[in-house]
Design a protein around this ligand. Structure first.
Ligand SMILES: CC(C)(COP(=O)(O)OP(=O)(O)OC[C@H]1O[C@@H](n2cnc3c(N)ncnc32)[C@H](O)[C@@H]1OP(=O)(O)O)[C@@H](O)C(=O)NCCC(=O)NCCS
Length: 300
């Protein structure tokens, strides 16, 4: 169905519009009105993802009424590097819904991904029905829980990182540039812009630099006192024991929010509850070889 026949004359389609500050502001406004999140300040520490490709319909006043964005998100899946894209920022203003605008934009974004040669597309959604008809399938997500490794004596002094501090941001960005995926089962290869944005969402998640390991650890203690490991940014992933020793903490239990195949530790997989699904569209396998989840620091 064309734009005109769908009944949205007066709208203008624009793609790749981030260089226009007014159009960027219109996207911030659409996402704030739809999801209640203000992306503008969050983007400052690292800048927008340079691979981002937004697709949007604007009205005559320059208001963005419908949008979907794609960006490159190379990932490890089942031990293989996959040239994946991700969809985000999918929204249509209420007064413009049920006219086919989202169908139109999804089709444009899918066509662009096919032309760019992406092997897979991933997304998060609470409305899987929107995407199943295009061949997206849900991948179940599992975290890992278990007893912590026995502590070793340590004199380590972890350095707390603040992405708003220029020196700390530089260190973080350098580590992100040379990182290895935190897991071979399911993990992003780099995703630096999303990592930096996600540091702003949960104020309880600490970023600690372990000098001996040359590793950034994203972690917190849960209300119950368990050590919750969200992500590790390093060229070589240290063992869980080395991480705890480096942080100078000795918890009884651990929860790991990614598959721990590089941590030298075994936990029990636990299904992640919640309404949000992680979906993938690919000609390759759509089943994980082992339970896994994408680190929340890669959320998009
Ligand atoms: C979901 C949303 C993007 C749909 O936009 P829209 O322009 O009304 O959608 P369209 O008119 O293009 O409909 C596209 C298709 O989605 C279906 N659809 C619409 N809303 C849906 C919903 N809430 N759940 C499942 N399917 C839905 C339509 O029936 C239509 O199916 P068809 O292609 O088989 O005919 C819009 O309601 C919205 O912005 N909601 C709030 C934010 C949100 O949930 N975004 C999606 C995040 S993943």
């Amino acid at each position: 169905m064309s734009a005109a026949s769908a009944g949205y004359t007066g709208l203008t389609f624009r793609q790749d519009y981030f260089a226009d500050p007014a159009a960027w502001t219109a996207l911030v406004s659409l996402l704030s009105d739809t999801f209640g999140i203000d992306l503008d300040p969050l983007r400052r520490p690292g800048g927008a993802d340079p691979t981002s490709m937004p697709f949007g319909w604007f009205d005559r006043a320059g208001t963005l009424v419908a949008n979907i964005s794609a960006f490159a998100m190379p990932m490890m899946i089942n031990g293989r590097k996959v040239n994946a894209a991700a969809f985000q920022s999918g929204a249509v203003r209420p007064e413009w819904r049920e006219r086919g605008l989202y169908r139109d934009l999804t089709g444009k974004a899918l066509d662009w991904c096919a032309a760019e040669g992406f092997e897979a597309i991933v997304l998060y959604t609470d409305k899987p029905g929107l995407y199943e008809k295009y061949g997206f399938v849900s991948l179940p997500m599992h975290l890992y829980t278990g007893a912590a490794p026995a502590p070793q004596a340590t004199t380590a002094l972890p350095r707390r990182l603040d992405p708003w501090n220029a020196d700390d941001l530089g260190l973080l960005q350098a580590a992100l540039k040379t990182r290895t995926p935190v897991s071979d089962r399911l993990a992003v290869c780099q995703s630096a812009p999303m990592f930096l944005i996600n540091t702003q969402f949960d104020p309880d998640v600490k970023l600690s630099w372990l000098e001996d390991e040359k590793a950034v650890i994203a972690w917190k203690l849960t209300d119950g006192g368990a050590f919750l490991l969200s992500d590790v940014v390093a060229a070589r992933i240290p063992s869980l024991g080395a991480i705890l020793d480096g942080l100078g903490i000795a918890p009884a239990t651990v929860e790991v929010l990614f598959a721990p195949d590089k941590l030298g530790w075994h936990g029990e997989p636990r299904s992640l509850e919640g309404g949000t699904r992680f979906m993938i569209k690919t000609d390759g396998p759509t089943i994980l070889d082992a339970p896994a989840m994408l680190s929340p620091m890669a959320d998009f």
